[in-house]
Design a protein around this ligand. Structure first.
Ligand SMILES: Cc1ncc(COP(=O)(O)O)c(C=O)c1O
Length: 318
């Protein structure tokens, strides 16, 4: 019932049916030569404001906040965060107050992400990096409650058990025709949901957008904590971060622009651009056997392009 309530508010004209998300085939002479098919599942198109994996990570959390009678959502994120943007939009749409605890100091004027969030009524509070590290501490959360009143906590990046229940819905029975599924990894909620719903003959590749091999331990901790069993196989790739979270190199930008010119599909420079670059590179290097059918999850993040372009004087297509 709660789920229906959320859909009805966010999608008044239609009910979102994950089976009906657009697929687009990505054709390339190299794929043809290697007998590999690549498709992209366009979750970036599912909603104008709460798009990509954000819809799935938030849906059950928003239901729960409503069920618990909470009037305020509180969450954490960086200054360009897709999650902050989506929470601000969803909160306004669904009648919650929202508070965003932002890592780092305030800059004036606000970047496009934060000015959007502020315009949606989100109260922005800036935390120095040291304080921001307390985001999981009970004592700090208690302090926040004493300061700002009762709230429903959505963790940084939105990843928790309810988010994973949502992201598990991104992969459906109909997607079992694909041999490989790919996604990018930040906090891991999307990857964990896909691990959960993977079919026994499928492999999942997660492209880490963070630098460092800590991601292996972090993901295995998350899967263990959530008691996620996997019917298929999964692998994490940590060589396509381009210098680390939020970092990039000219060859990534060149790839993303070329990708847009060829397929008219915008990618974001933090997550999906790196994932698609990785897929092309792996195909080139014969990572996938002939006959592979690859499904790439376009997890959105396009709101970040405006801020990226103005910050780095780039002109990535939107
Ligand atoms: C556009 C986009 N793609 C992928 C991810 C990675 O998702 P997760 O944090 O669940 O690993 C994020 C972060 O939430 C994101 O904003």
């Amino acid at each position: 019932m709660a789920k229906i309530w959320l859909f009805a508010v966010l999608f008044p004209q239609f009910m979102l049916i994950p089976q009906n998300i657009d697929f687009q085939e990505i054709q390339d002479p190299v794929f043809f030569e290697k007998e590999i098919q690549v498709f992209i599942k366009r979750f970036d198109k599912i909603h104008d404001l709460v798009s990509g994996n954000k819809f799935f990570k938030l849906k059950y959390n928003l239901d729960m906040a409503k069920k618990e009678g909470m009037g305020t959502l509180l969450t954490f994120g960086g200054a360009f965060s897709n999650h902050i943007y989506a929470v601000a939009a969803a909160a306004e749409k669904l009648g919650f107050k929202s508070i965003g605890l932002i890592r780092g100091e305030q800059h004036s004027p606000l970047n496009p992400t934060l000015s959007f969030a502020a315009a949606r009524g989100m109260q922005l509070i800036y935390l120095d990096r040291q304080t921001y590290r307390n985001k999981h501490e009970n004592s700090y959360l208690k302090f926040l409650e004493e300061t700002y009143g009762e709230f429903y906590l959505i963790p940084e990046g939105g990843t928790n058990s309810l988010a994973i229940a949502g992201t598990a819905e991104m992969l459906t029975e109909q997607d079992r025709i694909f041999s490989h599924v790919t996604c990018s990894i930040g906090t891991g909620g999307t990857f964990a949901g896909l691990v959960k719903s993977l079919g026994e003959n499928q492999s999942l590749l997660g492209f880490s957008s963070l630098k460092g091999d800590f991601i292996y331990d972090e993901m295995s901790r998350l899967l263990k904590k959530e008691q996620i069993e996997c019917e298929g196989k999964f692998e994490i790739l940590d060589k396509y971060h381009f210098g680390g979270y939020g970092k990039f190199k000219p060859d990534l930008i060149k790839f993303m622009k070329g990708f847009y010119e060829t397929y008219q599909i915008p990618l974001d420079p933090v997550y999906t651009g790196k994932m698609m670059f990785g897929i092309f590179d792996l195909i080139e290097k014969d990572y996938f056997p002939a006959g592979s059918k690859i499904l790439c999850m376009h997890t959105g993040g396009l709101q970040g392009i405006a801020g990226f372009n103005s910050r780095f004087k780039e002109n990535l297509p939107l």
